[in-house]
Design a protein around this ligand. Sequence first.
Ligand code: MLC
Ligand code: AMP
Length: 473
Amino acid sequence: MNLRDWFDSSFSGRGKAIGLEWDGAEYTFGEVDARGNRMARALAARGLVKGDRVCVYLANSIEMIDLYLACVKSGLIFVPINILYRDREMSHILGDADPKLLVTAADFPALLAAAATQSGERLPDCGLCANDPAALVYTSGTTGVSKGAILTHHNFAVNGKNLVESWRITAADRLLLAPPLFHVHALGNGLHGWLLAGCRMRLLERFDHTTVLAQFQDFQPTLFFGVPAMYVRLLDTPPEAAREIGRTMRLFVCGSAPLPAQVLEEFRDLFGHTILERYGMTETLMNISNPYEGERRPGSVGLPLPGVVVKIVGPDGNEVTAGETGELWLQGPNVFPGYWRREDASQAAFVDGWFKTGDIGSRSADGYYTLSGRKSDLIISGGFNIYPREIEEFLMEQPEIVEAAVIAEADRVRGEIPVAYIVWREGAVPAEIESRCREKLASFKIPRRFESIEKLPRNALGKVQKHLLCPVS
Ligand code: MLC
Ligand code: AMP
């Protein structure tokens, strides 16, 4: 099934029901649908046709939803770009995705004005197939260069159906959505869950820990999706307010990075809810989830979602037995077909039809999966992925730096933060190194400390031994 048909059947009969709250205003599903149709016509008027890429560099907003719906409805490929990215990071994506249109906040008023002159009536059929790409979502590869994961209508539809059924999302829910729509967490789970279930959603521009409590109190959601850093922030909620929120909430879901068992337990004491932890990836959307009914096991990501097949493979390429550790390989209708225009990387990502996640974990005798690490030195900070090599390459472009290594350090709120170890050219330690990083890199990638070191520890083959610098504790 393609998403357009599915959204249409979800919209039908709900035209007058309030579907969206954004920036203090309410919108019916009929208005959300018509806005998408108008935007689709405005894009068509600019000459965009099925298969063209639309890069979108926007913070969460109703306009981002308009654009997503417009793309889905007309077979355009939606390419969200992390709003925290700077020119250097964006230019790679723009070159690679080769879009017909880039939409930023600056161009938005003109596009919106054009959309306002269009009809909101149902669009003509555009011959969509289930395997047509709906989005390219860029994910930093182990090489430091990001690759566009092609996500089809079918990938998103299967994922959405799985989540709506597994997490019992219904039209009666009230979803408070705070994570950024440029990642699959908010896009694939939040936006699709909302549209497929036909519930009411209040969209926030971002998770701001100073105002989110007031949002909970005012909106009284039943459903919340967050990364662990958000749950750590919510632990600061005064006990009485937390209990009050807990009374109207139905389900808190967490993912994108490991949720420490202690946070799950402290959260349960405070809010009276056991967070449901699940595991996903840009390339596969959601794979494994703790059950809605049944044991939500602290420290575990749960059981495979319907249709997802998981095997754990040891270093010799053979499947290991329960309790043993190895790399998680996956198959399922949620798994992406490959990377955009990267045949080499796509081939390297699969073995005999199995997608190699790069995540290390084990399965218990009763079928629960636990993740214990990653094959690459990927750092996940607040749910945002950071490939050390990208930062190291930038640092080594600085004339004062001989070499640099970036590693993860444990952080109470963000899980991990990047720290740089730097070998400086003699006598040169520029104070402005941090501001140079800030100018060129997304804020979450900026090393939180710069440690000077005489030389980097290397093994006999010359490979940097990062574990000797400062292990994540
Ligand atoms: C973070 N920052 C933002 C921002 N999010 N700035 C603007 N808009 C946003 N949406 C920046 C701030 O500028 C700041 O930079 C730093 O991040 C921390 O901000 P903070 O206010 O102190 O926030 P904090 O309480 O630390 O929480 C950060 C956070 C953010 C949790 C809100 O990390 C976040 O939104 N994470 C969600 C990431 C996500 O959705 N990942 C899903 C990937 S998909 P500075 O420099 O001032 O410190 C995936 C698959 C799966 O992984 O399984 O889901
Ligand atoms: P991304 O490439 O941004 O989609 O990030 C996907 C990665 O996030 C996965 O490969 C995991 O390493 C990590 N991840 C997602 N959910 C969890 C979780 N519940 N626990 C631990 N790691 C997770």
